[in-house]
Design a protein around this ligand. Structure first.
Ligand SMILES: Nc1nc2c(ncn2[C@@H]2O[C@H](COP(=O)(O)OP(=O)(O)OP(=O)(O)O)[C@@H](O)[C@H]2O)c(=O)[nH]1
Ligand SMILES: [Mg+2]
Length: 342
């Protein structure tokens, strides 16, 4: 009798243990994307760019000990390959030549340190403290409009930003103004659910401005802290789609005249110089206040940050370096330069 009780208890305990383990495994699996890991260092995230740029630089310096015209030409080639862009590369090389002329660079081994300083200076000239913060964050609601071509990471960036705000105790309303595809509305609704945000949506095919109007009304009436507006991906060359963005903006202003407080263009860093063209055309249509450069983790062409900053009068505000919540970082010149040079 006693031994039966022991056996039954052991079996019951085993079953309880097995069920708990299965539940934990399933939860872990489902949370794979939603739970953010500890933030990895930016250096690790930008490893591809760092290895590309510095790896080639080290090779060059080892190959040739002395600073000569050939070395400078090769250096310019490396910058262009990292997508620093023609104009920025030219200016960086000119500054470097000037340093050489002034006999400041004694050997090729010094080049890296000078290059780092020149790039840091070039980037810092546009920022007082090396980073460009959101303005009017205290506005209630604080409204951010997201724009960009297809697939660049608009919706993902909204999710990451929503998480940042809800973690800080702010109420967030997402507006699903990408009414082009039903899947886009569903995707945003899932992110709203996961990040603890609310969502305003209408059915597929409705006028984006109409859902924006409803959303803005709700945000004001219910006193939301933050409004994040998702829009459909659109090609910068399609005039009618660009006009639709202007209409969305006018609709926002009807309800909150000083909004949107930020109009961000999301650009995919892996598209290289085309990102500059996108920024120019979107800026004409919507008066951008900033850029979000995504997918910097997946490319050796992170030099695009330098090219974009140097060619456009639009600050890079955020960078995307992966697919977890922690992978949206405020762009900081010093941190960026250190991540790719040290
Ligand atoms: N590695 C990496 N992937 C990213 C990053 N940002 C976004 N993605 C991925 O890029 C893909 C497209 O992201 P979405 O957010 O759907 O892009 P979107 O601009 O909303 O796309 P449309 O609505 O179709 O125009 C997804 O697979 C994201 O996980 C990033 O910083 N790094
Ligand atoms: Mg989207």
């Amino acid at each position: 009798m006693d031994s039966n009780i022991i056996i039954y208890s052991a079996v019951a305990l085993f079953i309880v243990f097995a069920v708990i383990s299965i539940i934990l495994i399933i939860r872990k699996k489902n949370n794979k994307i939603t739970v953010s890991s500890q933030p990895e260092s930016l250096k690790l995230k930008l490893a591809k760019t760092k290895n590309g740029l510095l790896g080639k630089l080290a090779e060059l310096v080892n190959l040739r000990g002395k600073v000569d015209a050939e070395l400078i030409d090769d250096l310019e080639e490396i910058l262009l390959q990292a997508d620093v862009g023609v104009k920025a590369s030219f200016d960086i090389i000119e500054s470097l030549k000037e340093e050489i002329r002034l006999n400041k660079i004694a050997s090729a081994a010094n080049i890296q340190a000078y290059l780092e300083e020149i790039i840091r200076k070039l980037l810092l000239k546009d920022y007082a403290d090396g980073t460009d913060h959101f303005k009017n964050l205290d506005s209630r609601p604080f409204v951010v409009l997201f724009t960009g071509v297809n697939g660049v990471g608009k919706t993902t960036t909204i999710a990451k930003l929503a998480k940042r705000f809800t973690n800080a105790g702010k109420s967030v309303l997402m507006i699903a103004a990408d009414t082009f595809r039903a899947a886009a509305i569903d995707q945003l609704a899932i992110w709203a659910d996961r990040t603890g945000a609310d969502i305003m949506k209408q059915q597929e095919g409705s006028d984006p401005s109409s859902v924006v109007y409803d959303g803005m009304m709700k945000a004001v009436n219910k006193k939301f802290d933050v409004v994040l507006i998702d829009t459909a991906g659109r090609q910068h060359t399609k005039i009618n789609l660009m006009n639709e963005l202007s209409k969305i903006k006018r609709t926002i202003k009807k309800i909150v005249p000083d909004a949107p407080h930020e109009t961000l263009l999301v650009v995919d860093a892996t598209t290289g110089q085309n990102a500059v063209t996108q920024a120019e055309l979107f800026n004409k249509a919507t008066d951008l206040t900033g850029l979000v450069l995504t997918k910097l983790d997946g490319t050796a062409k992170g030099g695009i940050v330098i090219g974009i900053k140097h060619q456009l009068d639009i600050p890079v505000k955020l960078i995307g370096v992966g697919e977890t919540y922690n992978d949206l970082r405020n762009f900081d010149v010093n941190e960026f330069v250190e991540a790719i040079f040290e």
